[in-house]
Design a protein around this ligand. Sequence first.
Ligand SMILES: Nc1ncnc2c1ncn2[C@@H]1O[C@H](COP(=O)(O)OP(=O)(O)O)[C@@H](O)[C@H]1O
Ligand SMILES: [Mg+2]
Length: 256
Amino acid sequence: MELLSVDHMTKIFGGLVAVDDLSFTVERASIVGLIGPNGAGKTTVFNCITGNYRPEQGSVVFDGQNILGKHPHEIVELGIARTFQSIRLFSDLPSLENVLAGRHCRMHSGMLSCLFHTRGQKKEENAAVARCMEELAFVGLAHHWQDAAGSLSYGNQRLLEIARALATDPKLLILDEPAGGMNDHETRALVETILAIRKRGITILLIEHDMRLVMKICEKLVVLEHGSRIAEGDPVKVRQDPAVVEAYLGSASEEW
Ligand SMILES: Nc1ncnc2c1ncn2[C@@H]1O[C@H](COP(=O)(O)OP(=O)(O)O)[C@@H](O)[C@H]1O
Ligand SMILES: [Mg+2]
């Protein structure tokens, strides 16, 4: 049973067809990798799913509902959270505040209760702080809760983005190059974190160039080239697919 279904998605920038009639599905509680050379259209697909871009054609059905045309904040509320290829954090604010920014979408206190510091609001705030501390601990950053996000190492900033995304209570977590800029040690720890996220019942769709990571954790790969799907399925089979081998050899780097 799929959680996400992308059907015939097309996204055009000016004359450039960045995503070309793309269809794929993400099964519940699975880890799916979206791979392909630079410029293949991977991040654009993510932006179309999360409501940051509106595709010209196609549909995106999430948890039984067509989410095309919804605003990014509505899509977060429905249960899709993401991290970004280029890190987006409030770098001057403490790590905890960054995670709280994610939790905000699940809080109900209105302006009046905030102004007057009602008991209900205080209770909700305390619960949010406790929950966000749990997410920081989950990604291994509990001891950094007071540190400004910008002072963390690059790898830890990526983990902080994951903690912020988890604080939104996602059903689907979308990760855009989570291992980008990480060293081998950090990447190995990231693998454990991603597997632990899936154990919580959260479905994961990720873009990643590190093929070792992708082959280790993904149950399914979707391969994009020039905006089109050239392969989809079991990672071992996909890797041997002649079209994928050709696209892989044609790309400049050893890693995607
Ligand atoms: N906002 C945009 N405006 C114009 N062109 C864009 C925009 N975003 C992406 N593109 C173009 O779309 C293509 C796919 O980009 P992208 O989705 O970032 O690829 P990938 O993530 O696979 O490297 C590229 O040619 C890129 O230059
Ligand atoms: Mg990208």
